[in-house]
Design a protein around this ligand. Structure first.
Ligand SMILES: [Zn+2]
Length: 125
């Protein structure tokens, strides 16, 4: 039954449904739902739905086909938000340089340790 459902909703050309259609587990990697785009800090931009994903609702009652539109991540734009407009504060490299191994570890050293996490772990061992 599962395989029947899969082929039923398999229509990448949009010949049957009028818009490229995929079952849930066969969605091409460049297509995202609105929710997936939002999770990545993106919005559809100017594009309309590029495709849809169809599945059967598992709610009690007669089986219903549900649809969610898909958008092409390549046309997506970053969400407008304060977070994307502000640049992260510059961190003084001295705060990232371990006094023990003298390397810039790429993150701010925890003040209570004074050394990088690797060195702290070694010291603890
Ligand atoms: Zn270190």
């Amino acid at each position: 039954m599962a395989s029947r459902t899969r082929t039923r909703f398999w229509d990448p050309s949009g010949h049957r449904y009028g818009i490229p259609t995929y079952p849930r587990k066969k969605v091409p990697p460049h297509l995202r739902t609105l929710r997936q785009l939002a999770a990545e800090g993106l919005r559809p931009g100017g594009q309309g739905p590029q495709a849809q994903v169809l599945w059967c609702s598992r709610l009690p009652g007669p089986p219903r086909v549900r649809a969610t539109y898909l958008y092409d991540v390549r046309f997506a734009l970053p969400k407008r938000s304060r977070r994307t407009r502000t640049t992260p504060p510059k961190v003084n490299t001295s705060r990232r340089t371990c006094s023990e191994c003298l390397t810039d570890v790429g993150y701010v050293l925890p003040r209570h340790l004074g050394v990088c996490l690797d060195c702290a772990e070694e010291a603890a061992a």
